[in-house]
Design a protein around this ligand. Structure first.
Ligand code: AMP
Length: 217
């Protein structure tokens, strides 16, 4: 299955991506995770990307597209993948279509996680991520048992720089202006399936898997 997840920041894409990818046995490719790994690794790509990320803006398309092209060429992506956070605008979606045309393997489906904006702000402000394993917790909705420590691996939890209120506002604007048009783009291509992403994590995962199963090869 070649799958793209779309939805506003805080819709739960990263969390659901882990479960969905595991269920269908495909790698999860998250552009945000790749950028963050480069930022913590102090690479040139990370230094360049950080100023856009901290401002809540998109990293330039040329950089992001090249990074995705390289990642999709890795052997583990040959039999399918889940893209989380890419494409983020219509130009990236067109480039992705071009890459997949070259490979002769178009997208199977695009899953839209629907959540209203008020909920998204609540979710982003309480979000805490594990430095070690990357698992995402929420202070209110999915709290770790000991504050500040990951129950899965004992790693330290942190709040993403771009989850601070000012940056969250900018990320939501960028979503509305640049990313939301993807929903119509994929609807016109007849690839879009939408689910309600409100409610318990397990319930949303169940809805997602039920919606996607008809597209599994
Ligand atoms: P995310 O973890 O998906 O919310 O991404 C965090 C940040 O990484 C975004 O706010 C952007 O600055 C950058 N980013 C992630 N994916 C993309 C993309 N497809 N295009 C441009 N920038 C991106």
């Amino acid at each position: 299955m070649r799958l793209v997840l779309v939805g506003p920041p805080g819709a739960g894409k990263g969390t659901q991506a882990e479960f969905i990818a595991a269920n269908f046995g495909i790698p999860k490719i998250s552009t945000g995770d790749i950028f963050r790994a480069n930022v913590s690794g102090g690479t040139e790509l990370g230094r360049m990307a950080k100023k856009y990320m901290d401002a809540g803006d998109l990293v330039p398309d040329e950089v992001t597209n090249a990074m995705v092209r390289d990642r999709l060429a890795e052997p583990d992506a040959a039999d399918g993948f889940l893209l989380d956070g890419f494409p983020r605008n219509v130009a990236q979606a067109e480039v992705l279509n071009g890459m997949l045309d070259e490979l002769g393997s178009p997208l199977s489906v695009v899953l839209d996680l629907e959540v209203d904006f008020e909920e998204v702000v609540k979710r982003l402000s309480g979000r805490r991520t594990c430095k070690k394993c990357g698992h995402v917790w929420h202070l209110e909705f999915d709290p770790p048992s000991t504050g500040g420590v990951c129950d899965k691996c004992g790693g330290e939890l942190y709040q993403r720089d771009d989850d601070q209120p000012g940056t969250v506002r900018r990320r939501l604007e960028v979503y509305a202006d640049q990313t939301a048009p993807l929903i119509d783009f994929y609807r016109n291509e007849d690839r879009l399936v939408a689910i309600d992403a409100l409610g318990a994590v397990e319930d949303v995962t169940e809805r997602a898997i039920a919606a996607l199963t008809p597209f599994a090869d």
